[in-house]
Design a protein around this ligand. Structure first.
Ligand SMILES: [Fe+2]
Length: 393
């Protein structure tokens, strides 16, 4: 098959390897001495890594400031951080944490040189104005393996409430300047978070691979990610949580998912994530984990109705073979094998149902109304979306 046209976003300078976090202070100092640290509320402190990072920064003559992120970033959090540190001549923002911490850091780095509040630059918000790309350099160090935010051009901002939203601040310039992935930082991530974050990465790999905007490059990236993911996902969720090689596989899969999604887009599961995210407080990874099997089943069913020879079905079957680590007799068996495997993970790892987060039957209509199919391989109507959602209530 010939290579179709494509364009690619820039990538950060990527450092990947166990133990590399020891060199992060030197990488940050390369941008200047005023460093704004963005971290989560506890894990980095408990491990002692935060104090040793600060010691190293200070010994090198650096000045550090700190923003602590306790939940998914809101416009208020970003605006307050910018108001606090705008006049501190910040040379680099260094975010060390999970997806929320990385997105918060990315948004703060994007807003420190701007005069308007962040709401003006969030996609789909009233009074939206395009960002000009001026930002403070940004370094992303993920401590969980999921969102791929360390390589993407967007930061997801959430405002939860009756008229809430979960939308992106986006510009090619927001791709981090440096991404450092050290699997040793992930060794103590608890099992539920490991599973949910991992399923976010898996969903992103599958959705980007199946996207109508995928290309030969993003396909290669997504398949490589899926190959590493399937080798180590169950092990890191069960008996090899403390194995840095297995953690490295999932960190690599998440990294690949970020590159793939930034360049190919995402499907219906992330469409739901966007619409629900503004209405209910449900962790992003958990939402992906609980919806992926059902969404895949519905997509495959609708593709079969639209065109039994649809090339997306061949891709689903290939993903099924890769994830299951075996060959199937034909495309149909491969597609069914993929759904079966995703359901198996769903049961084994006990992904929570949506009702756990207070979502009830009457909420589904509003959620479906707000949900867009995004870069899904097939356009889903409201009844399809309803079926996916209702089956996981
Ligand atoms: Fe995601």
């Amino acid at each position: 098959m010939s290579v179709s046209d494509f364009s690619l976003l820039p990538l950060p300078v990527i450092h990947f390897g166990a133990g590399l976090f020891a060199g992060i202070a030197d990488l940050a100092a390369g941008f200047g001495r005023n460093i704004l640290l963005v971290t989560g509320s506890s894990a980095l402190q408990k491990s002692g890594r935060l104090s040793s990072l600060i010691d190293t920064l200070e010994k090198g003559g650096g000045r550090h400031f700190q923003v602590v992120v306790k939940s998914e970033p809101s416009p208020e959090l970003v605006n307050e951080a910018v108001a606090c540190y705008r006049d501190k001549s910040i040379d680099v923002v260094l975010a060390v944490g999970g997806g929320s911490v990385l997105d918060a850091g990315k948004a703060v780095s994007a807003m420190l040189l701007q005069d308007h509040p962040v709401e003006r630059f969030i996609e789909g918000q009233p009074g939206f104005m395009p960002h000009d790309g001026r930002k403070v350099p940004f370094i992303a160090v993920p401590t969980t393996s999921g969102t791929g935010s360390e390589v993407t051009n967007n930061a997801v901002i959430s405002s939860v409430g009756v008229s809430g939203y979960k939308r992106s601040l986006r510009h090619a310039a927001f791709v981090p300047d440096i991404a450092l992935l050290d699997p040793e930082l992930m060794l103590t991530v608890p099992p539920e978070l490991t599973a949910a974050a991992g399923m976010d990465a898996c969903t992103q790999l599958l959705e980007a691979y199946l996207s109508p905007f995928s290309n030969s490059y993003t396909d290669a990236i997504a398949l490589s990610g899926l190959e590493h993911f399937t080798r180590s996902f169950m092990p890191v969720c069960t008996d090899r949580a403390g194995d840095s090689s297995a953690r490295g596989d999932i960190a690599y899969a998440a990294l690949m998912s970020g590159i793939a999604l930034a360049n190919a887009g995402l499907g219906i599961v992330h469409g739901f994530a966007s619409s629900i995210g503004g209405l209910f407080e449900i962790p992003h990874g958990t939402l992906c984990a609980t919806l992926l099997a059902e969404a895949t089943r519905e997509n495959i069913g609708q593709l079969r109705i639209a065109d039994p020879g649809h090339p997306a079905l061949v891709k689903y079957a290939r993903a099924g073979e890769l994830l299951a680590g075996r060959t199937f007799s034909d495309v149909k068996a491969g597609c069914d094998g993929l759904v079966g495997l995703l359901e198996e993970w769903q049961e084994l790892l006990r992904f929570p149902r949506l009702g756990t987060y207070g979502i009830t039957g009457p909420d589904i209509g509003q959620i479906v109304n707000l949900t867009r199919s995004k870069s899904n391989p097939v356009q889903l109507d409201d009844s399809s979306m309803y079926r996916i959602f209702a089956s996981r209530l």
